[in-house]
Design a protein around this ligand. Structure first.
Ligand SMILES: [Zn+2]
Length: 349
């Protein structure tokens, strides 16, 4: 009987610097082993004939020439079915699957957009599960929300995304979902505190909170759009979260980051301990890292005393540094010397 060589055997051989071509001719390779050998031979040839290329930083941002939006129905149709747009439609479907798999959307909840012109937006349709979309489901609308292409009707909530695109030109894509932890902050109207976790400061920045407005209305679009100028993640009161990014995956990451941050805060609030604040001087270092990664932050240039300002109610969170707390005690006491105030301070701190 011929000897069968598995993928594992080939992997080990390659790890030790061996060559599969040195194996006897009367052996049988499993299909997986054959794949590894073909790859080895192919890559071996590439190495000999080509110089190694520099590493690539992926950039999925869609760019267009200002003032060059398609106008006629034929041109719109051609544009809508072009390979570049097809790729973006596929990426929207992929982000939809990710949202759905993480329980960030249920039923037909959530929507995703990519800006593809001065006045053109690719968007997910209404009444569809974000986990099961195909590229043929995606629509094209203008900034007034008029449908330009696509067989399914675009979501009415696209107006909120357009609000962000109008006020923040750096926003090239938006993701809206109802992730449970961040949405819990939305219904409790709690703005997540800052100065707690370094990655949150670097990759999300300060999370914005806007008051409830009916989804899909211009009031909501205005409030969210204005908040989007300085915030990449916005919690919409009693509703959910909308995030923007330089491309659709970036916008999706902001959604993941936001919900994970809210989840971590929520869990920590049950531990019976103070949630510590890293302090303003450390935040300044993080803002520098954020700026070096090409992400603006409205807090850059603020005075230290203005950073880490978390005076609102936060469950389980005492966001002031020990020095701030000491100063507050002295200020409050010197301004209000009555016994009630002293008692309050003792109880509070
Ligand atoms: Zn919604």
């Amino acid at each position: 009987m011929k000897k069968v060589i598995s993928a594992k055997v080939i992997e080990n051989l390659l790890k030790e610097g061996g060559d599969p071509r040195s194996l006897p001719a009367n052996v049988i390779f499993t299909p997986a082993a054959q794949d590894i050998i073909s790859n080895f031979q192919r890559l071996g040839k590439v190495k000999k004939s080509k110089k190694q290329s520099p590493p690539i930083v992926p950039n999925y941002e869609y760019t267009w020439k200002e003032g060059s939006d398609v106008r006629t129905s034929n041109a719109i149709n051609e544009f809508f079915h072009s390979p570049e747009i097809k790729l973006l439609k596929e990426r929207i479907c992929e982000m939809g699957r990710r949202l759905y798999s993480k329980d960030f959307t249920d039923g037909n909840g959530g929507n995703i957009t990519i800006r593809v012109g001065d006045d053109l937006v690719l968007c997910t349709p209404t009444l569809i599960s974000k986990g099961y979309m195909t590229p043929d489901d995606i629509c094209l609308v203008d900034f007034k929300g008029n449908q330009l292409a696509g067989t399914r009707k675009g979501s009415s909530e696209v107006t909120t995304h357009i609000g962000i695109f109008k006020y923040q030109p750096k926003a090239k894509a938006c993701v809206h979902a109802h992730p449970p932890y961040a949405t819990a902050f939305a219904i409790a109207s709690v703005e997540p505190p800052t100065c707690i976790i370094p990655e949150a400061e670097i990759f999300i920045g300060k999370i914005g909170l806007v008051n409830y407005e009916t989804p899909g209305t211009l009031e909501n679009a205005e409030a969210v759009g204005k908040m989007g100028v300085d915030h990449q993640a916005i919690i919409m009161g009693n509703h959910g979260v909308i995030t923007w990014g330089k491309d659709v995956e970036d916008a999706h990451w902001k959604m993941e980051n936001t919900d994970m941050y809210c989840k971590t805060l929520w869990i920590a609030s049950f531990m019976g301990k103070e949630i510590r604040n890293i302090g303003s001087s450390k935040l300044k270092e993080l803002l520098e890292i954020r700026n070096n990664l090409g992400m603006d932050d409205p807090r850059t240039g603020m005075r230290e005393c203005e950073l880490c300002d978390n005076d609102d109610f936060r469950p389980g969170v005492i966001c002031k540094t020990p020095n701030q707390m000491k100063n507050d005690k002295q200020t409050a006491y010197s301004q209000n010397c009555g016994p009630d105030v002293e008692d309050f301070i003792k109880k509070t701190y």
